[in-house]
Write a protein that binds this ligand. Structure first.
Ligand code: COA
Length: 406
């Protein structure tokens, strides 16, 4: 027990009711059977930490054992941080800090996954624990029936709207093909699909249950919400996920959604480099707003940097600061070869670049450029040309994308 009377321990399945109810309250919901069921689906008790005031669970965080696609090397184990919450009334007393320390120091001590990543409810929470903004996405509202540019090729096959049970095996197979190709995408083991497609009435916001549209090389998961006006119907179609492994399938699925009768607006979200806007004859039929998706934390700088491949051969020394995980503080030499493989060693040499571990997390997936962080004053160049070389080395063909909030 510490000075403030709070204790920390790993959780057990017996803690599920208490933790579900505490999380429901933390996330502005009413505790419910449905919430408990959902929490139980992906809960890994041994990898979850709870903070207690006496016997009362007042704070927690979970680690999910998942894989994330990293540049050039495909799916790689990472610690998916989720279900982070502290009870109202116990906040700003360091409970979250304790959970974060248990997670990150534990991963280091155990030699477990070298990367942690999460979606943040609020962007101010995680940088203090070393998480950097590694992937972004955009939300889009598209006017229904918006025409495509001439020359956009569509599938000959018609899109079919199918029932949930029929859709699930088809969409799983398509997703498993796509995720290893897309940097930032996650694998979906165990009950992850059930968790992602959990669809209680309370989460529908007045819209229908989830609907499924499929083609051999892609699918869309969405809901529709009716809205009747004297001038005509203006319903909304809300996309939860759209995955396509060919450009024709991508265009055909969006054509299907945009042409859905009685719909005025299609609301969706997309990776920064998705071709959506370029399909449209009039790009102003789409309005966009930005959002952050993955925040990445390097648990062990040397172990992580070796997991991915690099765009060009470089020999650079990174001077890293890491207040929360001090074993990372120091100078790290990254040497990459023609094949993109990396060797990383601790050195005493002067750094070519100085940065915080937050910034290394931000650039790791290739979505945030070192040159951008240098322009923001976050990365300091100590050897001329080092920023440019690091930018070329960390770049990847496609933007990292994780359109699955976990
Ligand atoms: C976010 C949350 C878990 C923080 O828990 P907490 O126990 O209050 O956090 P701590 O006391 O350990 O805070 C550590 C530091 O972060 C700051 N901080 C934490 N949460 C913050 C927030 N939401 N906004 C601004 N600052 C925050 C604290 O002020 C503190 O700063 P200090 O070290 O300078 O004093 C809690 O507010 C919560 O449950 N929020 C609602 C659910 C949620 O958003 N969970 C996160 C899901 S990704």
């Amino acid at each position: 027990m510490s000075d403030d009377g709070l204790t920390l321990r790993t959780l057990t399945t017996d803690d599920l009711p208490a933790l579900s109810d505490m999380l429901a309250r933390a996330f502005l919901s009413d505790p419910s059977e449905g919430f408990r069921h959902r929490e139980g689906l992906v809960f890994e008790p041994d990898r979850s930490h709870g903070v207690f005031d006496g016997d009362e669970l007042i704070g927690m965080g979970e680690i999910l054992s998942r894989k994330i696609t990293v540049p050039g090397a495909g799916p790689t184990p990472f610690a998916g941080i989720t279900s982070v919450g502290v009870a109202p009334g116990h906040r700003r007393r360091g409970a979250l800090t304790r959970v974060m320390r248990a997670q990150l120091h534990g991963l280091h001590d155990d030699g477990a996954e070298p990367i942690a990543a999460l979606w943040a409810s609020e962007s101010v929470i995680y940088p203090r624990f070393g998480y950097g903004l590694a992937a972004q996405f955009y939300r889009a509202k598209i006017r229904a029936k918006a025409a495509y540019q001439p020359g956009v090729e569509l599938e000959a096959e018609r899109v079919r709207e199918v029932g949930r049970e029929q859709a699930i095996p088809l969409i799983k197979a398509i997703y498993d093909k796509e995720a290893p190709q897309r940097v930032g995408a996650l694998d979906r083991p165990g009950a992850t699909w059930e968790f992602n497609l959990d669809d209680p009435e309370g989460r529908r916001n007045g819209a229908t249950a989830l609907k499924f549209a499929v083609l051999p090389d892609g699918y869309a998961i969405y809901r529709v919400k009716s809205d009747w006006h004297e001038e005509g119907p203006r319903g909304t179609l809300i996309v939860q996920e759209l995955v396509a492994t060919t450009p024709e399938t991508y265009a055909t699925l969006y054509r299907f959604l945009l042409d859905y009768d009685l719909i005025g607006t299609v609301e969706t979200f997309a990776a920064l480099d998705e071709p959506l806007i370029h399909l449209l004859a009039d790009p102003r039929r789409i309005s966009r707003s930005g959002g952050d998706s993955l925040w990445v934390r390097l648990v062990d700088v040397d172990r992580v940097l070796k997991t991915r491949r690099y765009g060009i051969p470089v020999d650079l020394v990174f001077g890293v600061r890491d207040a929360f995980c001090p074993w990372n503080t120091g100078n790290w030499r990254l040497v990459t070869d023609e094949g993109g493989n990396a060797d990383v060693t601790r050195v005493e040499d002067a750094p070519d670049l100085e940065l915080d571990v937050i910034d290394l997390g931000a650039i790791f997936l290739g979505g945030t450029r070192p040159s951008t962080l240098a322009a923001a004053g976050r990365i300091k160049e100590r050897t001329a040309g080092a920023v440019s070389r690091a930018t070329a080395a960390f770049a990847s063909d496609r933007e990292p994308s994780c359109l699955e909030s976990f």
